[in-house]
Design a protein around this ligand. Structure first.
Ligand code: FAD
Ligand code: MLT
Ligand code: ZN
Length: 475
């Protein structure tokens, strides 16, 4: 529990919720004010079940105006708040630390418009990513991001965390795909940056400040997003290879041969494959190997793309670069292969406690971290597994143990952050800093950068009510 693990943390000088506050909120969002402790439990606990807050109030607005009225009230009263989308965040950012009021975007799920010609989607922040993808799919478009949590995460949460996912390699980061954002500032003022234009160089691009701000600058209420053409032909290959250098050699060759149809290049190690087999009973369709690579292509000509991918596979096998491999073009088989990779986060939780790390590293040092960590944790962990978006230089290193152990934690941190900083990597590639990693921000950002971040925070949120104890360092 938070209080046990972070005994030194002080609650900020915020007001404490009263019955009169609850009555006032009832006037703003009538019938959508939750105070029942059993109902609040899930909203107080994060997806990993590693942090827990003790909020006594959950509000479920439906409109921007309601969010504005809520924040204006909280600002006047000095009540701290935490915005929450699908609560799939992995750094403890989406749940309260103490008794912050939870503002959920669950009911802000209207799809406002879709321009089929430009591919611009306009929607409220609480739309679930998979729902949006189904919706734009009907017009032959696709969402520019895809992640294992797509069935639960909200687009507002995706923007607030600047989520990466498995197709960043192809479609780039949300900083490029988002055309407009509407957000409510902590004061209750609505910031309208809802452009649907692709090009607009009129002053500072303020929407970018909200992408990756993790709920510390305001609540994103709506967005416009550029959706690329949905590939009509999709193929997936799973390959086994003997060394991590082999994974990199395959990556180089894959880019050379597949070019513009490459949509994903993911990797997992043998410990990951064992984990998914043991904990979720998913079976490996190819022979056991030290490393596995998942390659996805998305294009417009099935025969042409399949020929390119099978040509790649044959060449890799002939040269001995891949030990074994399989190719899938049928949806059920494609999904079965993707499950091996996408359900790893879920499989880890079956071991008990999961120490989760998400780092960017130069590819030359990428897997060495897993090897060093495994050696360091010998006897102190159930598993040390490495997987991730190798095509983007993003490693997910996860350690499990039956329950939380301070000894294991002390062996992992700050060792891992020092290791990453030495390589000039990032201590958070895509999950953000949230509550858990904020004090390590200096491992990846300069003092001058953090100082400017604090100044921006003070300007936008002088009372500090927006998601306190998150993203910015405690000292
Ligand atoms: P939440 O968890 O509810 O919130 C996350 C943060 O955003 C919090 O700080 C919260 O306060 C803030 N926030 C939420 N909504 C708003 C809003 N409307 N306005 C302002 N702030 C807001 N992440 C990746 O980057 N890549 C992956 O591949 C990936 N895969 C995942 C797979 C699984 C199985 C799981 C459980 C998580 C995964 N994640 C991944 C992490 C997580 O899903 C993403 O960070 C996601 O974008 C969070 O969306 P959410 O709606 O659940 O946000
Ligand atoms: C993933 O890529 O699977 C997600 O980021 C979740 C995780 O890191 O486990
Ligand atoms: Zn990821």
């Amino acid at each position: 529990l938070t209080s046990e693990r972070y005994p030194k943390l002080q609650r900020g000088p915020f007001a404490t919720l009263t019955d009169a506050d609850v009555t006032s909120f009832e006037r703003i969002v009538s019938g959508r004010v939750i105070t029942e402790p059993s109902e609040l439990d899930g909203y107080n606990t994060d997806w990993l079940r590693t942090v827990r807050g003790s909020s006594k109030l959950l509000l479920r607005p439906k409109t921007t105006e309601e969010v504005a009225a809520i924040l204006s009230y909280c600002h006047d009263r000095g009540l701290a708040v935490v915005p929450q989308g699908g609560n799939t965040g992995l750094v403890g950012g989406s749940v309260p630390v103490f008794d912050e009021v939870i503002i959920s975007t669950h009911l802000m799920n209207n799809i406002i418009s879709l321009d089929e010609v430009s591919g611009t989607l306009v929607c409220q922040a609480g739309c679930v990513l998979a729902t949006l993808d189904d919706h734009v799919g009907q017009c032959g478009l696709t969402m520019p991001l895809d992640l294992g949590a797509k069935g639960s995460c909200h687009i507002g949460g995706n923007l607030a965390t600047n989520a990466g996912g498995v197709r960043l390699l192809r479609y780039g980061s949300l900083h490029g795909s988002v055309l407009g954002i509407e957000a409510v500032l902590p004061s209750g003022e609505v910031l309208d940056c809802m452009s649907t234009l692709r090009k607009d160089n009129t002053g500072y691009d303020l929407k970018q400040m909200f992408i990756g701000s993790e709920g510390t600058l305001g609540i994103i209420t709506a967005a416009s997003i550029l959706c690329p053409q949905r590939p009509s032909a999709v193929s997936v290959a799973l390959l086994g290879c003997k060394t991590f250098q082999g994974v990199l050699d395959i990556f180089k060759q894959t880019k050379r041969q597949l070019g513009e149809i490459l949509t994903a290049f993911e990797f997992m190690d043998t410990a990951s494959m064992e984990l998914i087999g043991e904990n979720l009973r998913l079976s490996n369709p190819i022979g056991a190997s030290p490393f596995y690579v998942l390659i996805e292509t998305g294009g417009s000509n099935q025969a042409h793309d399949e020929e390119k991918l099978s040509g790649l596979l044959e060449g890799l096998m002939e040269k001995g670069m891949a030990a074994d491999g399989t190719l899938a073009t049928e949806m059920t088989k494609i999904q079965a292969i993707w499950s091996l990779r996408e359900r790893l986060a879920e499989a880890l939780l079956h071991d008990g406690y999961c120490y989760k790390y998400d780092v960017s590293l130069p590819l030359s040092a990428f897997y060495q971290l897993v090897i060093d960590m495994r050696q360091r944790l010998e006897g102190a962990a159930t598993r040390v597994v490495g997987y991730g978006h190798v095509g983007d230089g993003n490693l997910h290193l996860n350690v499990t143990s039956p329950e939380y152990s301070q000894r294991t934690m002390d062996l992992i941190e700050p060792f891992i952050y020092d290791w990453v900083a030495k390589q000039k990597g990032s201590i958070s590639a895509e999950h953000g800093l949230g509550f858990k990693k904020r004090d390590f921000i200096y491992h990846s950002k300069s003092t001058s950068a953090v100082t400017l971040m604090k100044q921006i925070k003070n300007l936008v949120d002088p009372k500090g009510i927006m998601n306190p104890y998150k993203l910015l360092p405690s000292k």
